[in-house]
Structures are given as structure tokens and as C-alpha cells.
Design a protein around this ligand. Structure first.
Ligand code: FEO
Ligand code: CA
Ligand code: CA
Ligand code: CA
Length: 627
């Protein structure tokens, strides 16, 4: 494969290239198993005894009843779209809040050009590309947003003669600075908010920002480098995907596909740890050719300093971000923090790769409002989820006793630790969202073409079972679990599927989706998720927007709202063709929703020139709450 082709691959396809499926995948056996699963699927979707055991009425019957009674939403759901625009329901307005390249400081007001993009000189003073997770913070009457920029499109950022690969160190710097985190103040001017240019809160955190590490793996030999022989002072955060907000008001940014930034210019030892995380060979963006930090043959431990959950205090621009090793190292999607009944801190986390796991961290200390937060994200236990076919599940502790690994190894190579205890291989865990009104949480399992086809990168089988019931799953599903005793600190739970995406106009089997999916609301690849304070589940998609074949009738990527009591799902927003919808937070007064539009196609939103990833603001014309 030529250099310029690598940059066109999705992260999913990049992983596939590193770990291709076998030519002969035993197709007959797969079909045989798929057929034998149909009986189970019927049972799982009917939410029979398992759901009742959790104290819940069966989703299927309540969905049907609610549908017969009429609308369950305060908006009129909208049809699909296939254009290069945004659509929201009647009675709602939207506007662009901030675009890739928009200035955070007045000195960068001319940093963006429609012809050439962002200048390298100003690249750390503007809003980054490919917006993703975000959270809202307040300081007195000030509103501050912290927003991830997940990755870059090199062909959009670099001059045409680079053909999508940096040809010098400046171009590497540009690509690095277009990722990371933006902290910025926004002000309510009565029109969906505006960025406060030159606000003292404004800050960019990039691949170069100085950080610290805490938790058991900080300072271990696994994270020491030539530049940091103590292993305590890593630089930079990268591929910042989903987000989280701590109970004490700081931002959690989650490092996802960090593997692709590393490559080798010479000999290096190909370890199990590198292989399991898809690290090796040639990097996606040729960083290693211009910066030894990314060169495995010079700094073999540098990749171990990425793939963490990093905490940022958005109210203090001089604060040093902290990488929390106690939360494990994997392709972190987001970090959903809740509290156990006894006050301990619980963080739910997904590892977004085909056949990887779902995790939770539970602190040893307890949190009380205004109390010390010391150790709450550095001292505790990491667990991995095991789902049983009988709709029960358990959290398995990852300890030296259960894994035979040292605590440093468990945290740096969490995937291997999860494999050792028999965690359940999942259909790409994306965002996890906890219901603020009851003790339950949801994880978007976006899709998994390898389910029933091949093992994960660690050799763990991926049979169709439990919450991952379909072979070659191109649609995805959302699993919900309810902790035993209504306590997020419990190590046991019951589970069901809130929704199985599918296409009822193409299929009449399990691939048609669950009963709450119909021709009017269908979608594929659920990804971003967040609960509004009124207990509705907002679902964002990152899937196939071809509107053809098995995706016919599903249109562009979209944001839907789910009623978790009735199961009903209605479409709220459609994105421009090419874009995924990812990242969602609300203004402090809950009257405005901020929504991320990543990798749009065409020339959205400017109407000419390059497509620009943006955060939009959405509000109701009558000023009613929407969050
Ligand atoms: Fe960055 Fe798994 O989405
Ligand atoms: Ca995502
Ligand atoms: Ca995704
Ligand atoms: Ca993405």
C-alpha cells in the first residue's frame, strides 16, 4: 500500500490492514451458527424473564403500546436527508458556533484561508479539526466549553503536493496542532452563543503540551523514555475522541486511536503489547520520519504514554493535564463518571475496536461535594465486563492475582489483562451514558464486521452471543445494564438490548433490527450518546451514509432521541453527507444544545472551499428547554 492511501483509510480499516481477516473464514460454519442463533434473538428481543428479573416491563410490549398512543417526544421527528446541510425539527433553529480554523485569539483572525486551510504559525491558536467529545463548565457567570479534536484529514490540511503525507517537520506540526483539545469561553448573545475571542480561559492542548501521570503505572519502566527517564512527565494528548466530566468539574479527554501515530525508521522489537494495540511498521502520518518521539526504533516506550484518560482543569489555563494510569490503557472512547452508593467514584469506559472490551474503574476513596479529590482517579480497581447469555453479567477485577500480571502491566496492557480473565469481546464499544434518573447505563456497540468471522487482535473468539448477537454486524446495537442493588459499585448486573439497529425494509430477520426500529427512524452505527437531564437518551451515529443497499433509506448520519421507558426513538437532526455527528453538551440553562459535526463532505458549512468540521448550536424558537 502506498503512503497516500493509508491516510484515506478509516481507523477501523487501518486496524483491519494491520490484522487482516483470514481468506477462509469458515463461511459455512458462520451461516450455520447464524441460523442457530435466531431462536435466541427472538428471546433476547422479547425481553422475557431476564428483563422481568431486573424489575422492568418487557421493552417490546411497552414500545408497541406507546407507539399506538402517539408521540413520546416534544418534537416532531424528521425524515432522513441525503444533502449537504443540517436539518432539525420544526420549531428549532441551528447555527454554526465554531469551525475548524476559527480564531481563539485575535492574532489568529487570519489563520484560516479557504484555499490553504490553517497556517502552521497560528495552528495552536485556532479551533482544531474534527470536533468530537465536549463538556460544558461554568465559572461564576462564565460558560466554558472543552472540546476534543479527534484527528486530522491530511489531504484537507496539507498542500496538494504533499498528497496527504507530511513532507517536512512543519507539516507534522500543523497536523499535530489540529488535534487535541480546545478550551474556550462562549457567551450567550441571545443567538445560540458566540466564541469569546481572547478570553483568558481560551487554550489549546496539543501533542506537545506538557503533562504529568499518576496512578500505579506512573514512573514504571514501561513508560520511561530518553526524554523522560523518570516516566512521570509525558508530552501531549492525541486522538482525543469522547469525553467525560468529573463530579468535581474537570474535563476528561479520552485518547483513542493513538496507535497510528507511531512508526519505525529502523529495527525494533515487535512485542505482544505492540501487536495487541496495532502499533508497528509505518505510521499513518509519517510523524516518525520527522520526530524521534514517534519512532519505535528510538523510543519504544513512547506509545505506552498514550491511550489514557487525561484530566484537564478547564477553569485554570495554567494547569497541567494529568494522565490517569489507574483507568487503564486502551482505545478509550469516553469516560462516564457516576457514583457508587457508598460514595466511591465509578468510571465506565469502552475500548473501541472490534472484539475489545468494556471497563469500569472504581475508586478506593469516596467523593463528597467540596471535599478532597486526591487519589480518586489514581487509587482504585479496574474491572472488565463479562456478559452472560442469560442476561446477567459481572465486572471482573483486573489484579495481579486474577491476571498473573504486575499492576503496571495490567494498566499499560489492559487488553491483555482483560483477555486473561475471559472478558466478553464486544462489537466496538463507543460511548457509555448513564441515566441521571435511574441506576442504569448504556453503551453504543457501533458495529463489528468480524463478529462470528475471526478473533480479536489478541486471539479471543468473537462468537455471536449475549449483547453481540449478530454475525457480521454492520448495524450495531445499544446494550443497557442495571447494576445489582441499584448500585454502580456492584460487581453484578442484569442487561438487555435497548435497541438493535437494522433495516426492516431490506431484511425480515435479525438484521431488520429490534421492534423499536422502523422505516421512519432507522439508522446504523450508534456512537455518541448522552442523557439530557430529563432522562432522554440522545444517540448520534457514525455509520454508512451511502443510503444504498443494506443502508437504503437510512440517509446521512444523524442524531436521534430515545425514550428509555417506552423504547421509542425519533430522529432529531440530520448531518451533511459525509459527516458523523459526535459530541453533545448543553448550555448551563439547558436552552441550547451544542452538537459536533465531524468530517463533513462537500463544502459544508461555508458553501465553498474546504469542508470544515464544526460545532453547531441548536435551540427551540420558543426558548423552551431542550436539555
Ligand atoms: Fe473516536 Fe470510537 O470513536
Ligand atoms: Ca466515536
Ligand atoms: Ca465510530
Ligand atoms: Ca470519528
Amino acid at each position: 500500500m502506498k503512503d497516500q492511501d493509508i491516510v484515506d483509510l478509516s481507523w477501523d480499516d487501518f486496524d483491519e490492514m494491520r490484522d487482516p481477516r483470514p481468506d477462509n473464514n469458515g463461511f459455512d460454519a458462520v451461516v450455520e451458527r447464524a441460523i442457530s442463533r435466531r431462536g435466541f434473538l427472538g428471546g433476547a428481543l422479547a425481553f422475557g424473564s431476564g428483563a422481568l428479573a431486573m424489575g422492568s416491563a418487557g421493552l417490546l410490549s411497552s414500545t408497541t403500546a406507546a407507539r399506538a398512543e402517539g408521540a413520546a417526544f416534544t418534537f416532531k421527528p424528521i425524515p432522513i436527508a441525503t444533502d449537504f446541510d443540517i436539518h432539525v425539527p420544526e420549531g428549532y433553529q441551528w447555527k454554526v458556533l465554531v469551525r475548524w480554523g476559527d480564531a481563539l485569539f485575535s492574532e489568529a483572525k487570519d489563520a484560516y484561508s479557504p484555499e490553504t486551510g490553517v497556517s502552521v504559525e497560528m495552528s495552536d491558536k485556532v479551533f482544531g479539526e474534527n470536533t468530537d467529545g465536549m463538556e460544558t463548565f461554568t465559572d461564576g457567570d462564565k460558560t466554558i466549553l472543552a472540546i476534543n479534536s479527534e484527528y486530522v484529514n491530511p489531504k484537507i490540511n496539507l498542500p496538494a503536493d504533499s498528497e496527504g503525507m507530511p513532507k517536512n517537520a512543519d507539516e507534522v506540526t500543523l497536523l499535530k496542532n489540529m488535534q487535541g483539545v480546545t478550551v474556550m469561553e462562549v457567551a450567550d448573545m441571545g443567538n445560540g452563543f458566540e466564541v469569546v475571542v481572547d478570553s483568558p480561559y481560551n487554550r489549546r492542548i496539543t501533542h506537545e503540551t506538557q503533562m504529568t501521570m499518576d496512578g500505579p503505572a506512573a514512573g514504571s519502566d514501561l513508560v520511561k523514555t530518553n526524554a523522560d527517564p523518570e516516566g512521570m512527565s509525558p508530552k501531549g494528548t492525541m486522538n482525543n475522541c469522547g469525553s467525560g466530566k468529573t463530579l468535581w468539574g474537570t474535563y476528561l479527554t479520552c485518547e483513542e486511536n493513538f496507535n497510528g501515530y507511531f512508526g519505525a525508521t529502523g529495527e525494533y522489537e515487535v512485542t505482544e503489547g505492540l501487536k495487541r494495540y496495532g502499533i508497528g511498521g509505518e505510521g499513518r502520518y509519517a510523524y516518525e520520519k520527522f520526530d524521534t518521539r514517534y519512532d519505535l526504533s528510538k523510543e519504544p516506550n513512547e506509545p505506552n504514554r498514550h491511550g489514557w484518560v487525561t484530566e484537564i482543569n478547564p477553569l485554570d489555563p495554567s494547569s497541567t493535564p494529568v494522565k490517569h494510569t489507574a483507568l487503564g490503557r486502551f482505545k478509550h472512547e469516553n469516560a462516564e463518571m457516576v457514583q457508587a452508593a457508598d460514595g466511591r467514584v465509578v468510571v465506565y469506559m469502552g475500548d473501541d475496536e472490534r472484539g475489545e472490551f468494556m471497563y469500569k474503574f472504581v475508586s478506593n476513596g469516596t467523593y463528597t461535594e467540596g471535599g478532597s479529590t486526591e487519589g480518586l482517579l489514581s487509587d482504585g480497581t479496574l474491572y472488565v465486563a463479562k456478559f452472560n447469555d442469560d442476561m446477567t453479567g459481572e465486572w471482573l477485577a483486573l489484579t495481579p492475582e486474577t491476571t498473573g500480571m504486575s499492576i503496571e502491566e495490567i494498566l499499560v496492557f489492559s487488553r491483555e489483562a482483560g483477555s486473561k480473565v475471559g472478558a466478553t469481546t464486544m462489537d466496538r464499544p463507543e460511548w457509555i451514558a448513564a441515566n441521571p434518573l435511574k441506576c442504569e447505563a448504556y453503551c453504543a456497540l457501533t458495529n463489528n464486521k468480524n463478529r462470528g468471522v475471526k478473533t480479536n487482535a489478541g486471539g479471543d473468539e468473537q462468537p455471536a452471543m449475549g449483547p453481540n448477537p449478530r454475525e457480521t454486524n454492520n448495524y450495531g446495537q445499544i446494550v443497557r445494564w442495571r447494576p445489582e442493588g441499584e448500585d454502580h459499585g456492584s460487581d453484578k448486573f442484569g442487561w438487555d438490548l435497548y435497541v438493535m439497529a437494522g433495516n426492516p425494509t431490506v431484511y425480515d430477520n435479525a438484521y431488520a433490527g429490534s421492534e423499536n426500529v422502523n422505516e421512519g427512524n432507522m439508522f446504523n452505527s450508534p456512537d455518541g450518546m448522552a442523557f439530557s437531564s430529563d432522562g432522554y437518551l440522545w444517540i448520534q451515529t457514525d455509520g454508512d451514509d451511502s443510503n444504498e443497499g443494506e443502508f437504503a433509506g437510512q440517509g446521512n448520519n444523524q442524531m436521534l432521541i430515545g425514550n428509555t421507558e417506552t423504547g421509542e426513538i425519533g430522529r432529531f437532526l440530520t448531518a451533511p453527507n459525509g459527516a458523523e455527528v459526535t459530541g453533545l453538551t448543553w448550555s448551563p440553562d439547558k436552552k441550547v444544545a451544542f452538537v459536533g459535526i465531524q468530517h463533513p463532505g462537500g463544502s459544508w458549512p461555508d458553501g465553498a472551499g474546504k469542508p470544515r468540521s464544526s460545532v453547531i448550536a441548536v435551540w427551540r424558537e420558543d426558548g423552551a428547554l431542550i436539555g
